[in-house]
Design a protein around this ligand. Structure first.
Ligand code: NI
Length: 181
């Protein structure tokens, strides 16, 4: 296992659609998954997509920590999930706005508008197909990571062009900036 170097915004791998994975059980893919888990644990984020570790492959990992989950049936705390070749097959018309950050865009946070509920189809680390409904934070982290596989970062989905700032400043002034949005 190894902690991998993270790509930062501006690296072309973050702007390129990623390539499907033919065989989830390939030892190279299994090693990449193990390294991504170690890298996410080290970085302290909730999700990581393969392009963020220089691999243009359709793979991401995520978790929903207890304190982020709203506790609804589709937004409960989630242990670490591996998602290969994801497809978001349903999105709700209803949207929600919430602040997001990204390990590839350190120091910044932005308020992002996304569908409130989704249905995800994909393969787990064994290659088995699954379908999963998600809402709230759970739906948000899946959409953020799935976007990375299309070459899209959250900056493209800001609820308002002014809804972006440094963590420290937004942390200090959140009510005032939200009043302007
Ligand atoms: Ni990200």
């Amino acid at each position: 296992m190894a902690i991998l170097k993270l790509t930062k915004l501006g690296h072309p791998v973050l702007a390129r659609p990623a390539v499907p994975i033919a065989d989830a059980t390939d030892p190279d893919i299994q090693r990449l998954i193990a390294d991504m888990i170690e890298t996410l644990d080290d970085a302290g984020g909730v999700g990581l997509a393969a392009p963020q570790v220089h691999q243009s492959l359709r793979l991401f990992i995520y978790r929903v920590p207890e304190h982020r989950a709203t506790g609804g049936p589709e937004d409960s705390a989630q242990a670490l999930s591996v998602v290969i070749n994801p497809q978001i097959i349903e999105v709700s018309a209803e949207t929600e706005d919430a602040w997001e950050g990204c390990l590839s865009i350190p120091g910044l946070t932005g308020k992002v508008r996304r569908p409130a509920r989704i249905v995800l189809r994909g393969q787990d680390a064994t290659g088995a197909q699954f379908t999963r409904a998600a809402a709230g934070f759970h739906a948000r982290v899946i959409q953020h990571e799935a976007d990375h596989l299309e070459g899209i970062v959250y900056l493209a989905r800001l609820a308002d062009p002014r809804a972006l700032g440094f963590n420290e400043e937004i942390g200090r002034h959140r009510p005032a900036i939200e009043e302007l949005l």
